[in-house]
Design a protein around this ligand. Structure first.
Ligand SMILES: [Zn+2]
Length: 145
């Protein structure tokens, strides 16, 4: 098991009725994205209503955790006290092309000084925080080979 990308001390995710399937999916190493049961459109983040057709009957569909870097930020001055001694680190916004180009956020694993390439393909990595109470998993990213 690899150590988490960011130092301990950050608040753990608090799943709600709205996004619980996402967090439970990550614990099983599955990326679930919300999808409308009527128009079949993906959307992210989770909402109570479909933004396209206003249907309230939404479900979840497993998608392959692969995408492309849409945007990035290399953080040199973290604002959270737990990350005071960490830096830089990299945040990426990833487009999931095969899920209506929804965008999800995570960290780009590896050297924080590596080149950051808009449009580069990335592969999801499930980062388990098994010692947390309750345990949770984050979706992180690395460059696809
Ligand atoms: Zn819809």
């Amino acid at each position: 098991m690899t150590s988490p990308y960011l130092r301990p001390g950050l608040p753990a995710p608090l799943p709600s009725d709205l996004d619980r399937p996402y967090w439970e999916g990550l614990r099983d190493e599955r990326l679930l994205i919300q999808r409308c049961k009527r128009c079949a459109r993906f959307q992210w983040g989770p909402e109570w209503i479909c933004h396209r057709c206003l249907n309230v009957d939404l479900g979840w569909t497993e998608v392959e955790p692969r995408g492309f870097i849409y945007s990035h930020q290399r953080v040199w001055h973290p604002v959270h006290p737990a990350l005071r001694e960490q830096g830089p680190y990299v945040i990426v916004l990833v487009t999931i092309a095969h899920a209506d180009e929804v965008r999800v956020v995570g960290n780009l694993l590896g050297d924080p000084l590596q080149d950051l390439v808009i449009g580069a393909e990335v592969q999801g990595v499930f980062e388990h925080h098994a010692d947390a109470d309750p345990a949770y998993t984050l979706l992180q990213w690395r460059y696809a080979r």
